[in-house]
Design a binder for this molecule. Structure first.
Ligand code: PLP
Length: 407
């Protein structure tokens, strides 16, 4: 009975075109963005959809520090920090993160997902009267945290300041509130109006929680994120980030005041009852952040490659989504099956790997490609990408108006 129920559910998902198949590939250290397709005798493909935005997952300094930490401390941490003890590496990492975001303290979690989920759940339970006001496009980890609680919740239209203010106005000034939003939205590549949100929060006596997952490492002085770029880090109550994207490894964190950090550390079940990151991972993250802070060339090369793609796509009439202002370059396709077919042809004919983005990552009918360039991509690879996307869209008649003459 149970199996049949699940089979039917899966069948329905497959019929909708939204069933997710893994692409079986191995990235080979030292060759990123190249990877080998396991299914096809290790055929080499160019990866265009990784969140390893700066290629730090193969940075020599990072790898050396990770090897050293494994030799010194072994493979795993052995448990939660309360039970197994807290390696000195965690404190070094947390103080680096706190400094980066101009905060008093930071706390590290096993993933970015848990850092959002666990922190938000905990905060909402600590303040049962706290009204949570969340952008409609916030990530699933934020939504999960909110849904796990009974607090009053309000959703404001994406980046819509007027709607946000209408919601804030409904509540008395002294009613505790928190606005949760992201700086860079990863599916559209747009940036939120951070300053305006902060000033509304002040006007209506609200806390602010900013997810900088797709911005850290890339924007602002030393890559400290959008809040740092706008010089308003100190005005945000909690900044959250990940070490799995531009930092290139894994792990999440929050940075805030001593009181907030100590409260989450002390009351959050998602922090207390889980094994801490392996010391080698922690050492790698620390080395990666220090490298990213000091090496502006990574960011400059990323910006250059991003603008190269923008120019080439424009020449070929390949429409990037209008809202994208960042290194995230989404191309709307608008249909799960077309998206899948286009990805398949890119892989098979052009040796280019772009994962289709489907529901529930994006709403149905807005399926898309989300192209992520890195400093590692060469000009030749960028030109190949533009030619290949043009060919595939023409072949599948996805964008018939795409410039047919220029190749
Ligand atoms: C906005 C946002 N927040 C949080 C996360 C979770 O981060 P992690 O992949 O480190 O778990 C993601 C992951 O894609 C994300 O896009």
């Amino acid at each position: 009975m149970y199996q049949k129920y699940l089979r039917d559910k899966l069948e329905k998902l497959k019929l909708s075109g939204q069933y997710r198949n893994f692409t079986y590939l191995n990235r080979i250290c030292g060759q990123y963005p190249l990877a080998q397709l396991r299914s096809e005798k290790n055929k080499s493909v160019v990866v265009w959809c990784s969140n390893d935005y700066l290629g730090m997952s193969e940075n020599d300094t990072v790898l050396q520090e990770m090897h050293k930490a494994i030799d010194r401390y072994g493979a795993g941490s052995g448990g939660s920090r309360n039970i197994s003890g807290s390696y000195e590496m965690y404190e070094h990492l947390e103080s680096e993160l706190a400094q980066w975001h101009k905060k008093e303290a930071a706390l590290v979690f096993p993933t970015g997902f848990t850092s959002n989920d666990a922190t938000i759940q905990c905060l909402l339970r600590l303040f049962p009267e706290l009204v949570v006001i969340s952008d409609e496009l916030n990530h699933a980890s934020i939504v999960n945290g909110i849904r796990a609680t009974k607090n009053n919740r309000e959703i404001f239209q994406h980046n819509d300041i007027e709607h946000l203010e209408q919601i804030l106005k409904k509540y008395p000034y002294n009613r505790p509130k928190i606005i949760i939003f992201e700086s860079v939205y990863s599916m559209d590549g747009d940036i939120s109006p951070v300053e305006e949100i902060i000033s509304l929060a002040k006007k209506y006596n609200s806390l602010t929680y900013l997810d900088e997952v797709h911005a850290v490492g890339i924007y602002g002085p030393e890559g400290a994120g959008i809040a740092a770029e706008r010089n308003i880090s100190e005005q945000i109550d909690i900044i959250q980030g990940t070490m799995a994207k531009s930092i290139g490894i894994i792990g999440g964190y929050i940075a805030s005041s001593n009181e907030f950090i100590d409260s989450i550390r002390s009351f959050s079940t998602g922090f207390i009852f889980t094994t801490s990151l392996p010391p080698s991972v922690t050492a790698g993250c620390l080395a990666s952040i220090r490298y990213i802070k000091e090496n502006n060339y990574l960011r400059e090369q990323l910006y250059l490659n991003t603008s190269r793609i923008r120019v080439l796509f424009k020449e070929k009439n390949i429409p990037l989504m209008a809202g994208s202002q960042t290194h995230i370059l989404p191309v709307m396709i608008g249909n799960a099956q077309d998206c899948r077919n286009a990805a398949e042809r890119l892989l098979q004919v052009h040796s280019i790997y772009i994962q289709p983005i489907n529901y529930p990552s994006v709403p149905i009918g807005t399926e898309r490609f989300r192209i992520n360039v890195t400093p590692n991509h060469t000009l030749e690879q960028i030109e190949q990408l533009a030619d290949a996307v043009q060919e595939v869209f023409q072949y599948l008649n996805i964008y018939p108006f795409i410039n047919k003459t220029k190749k």
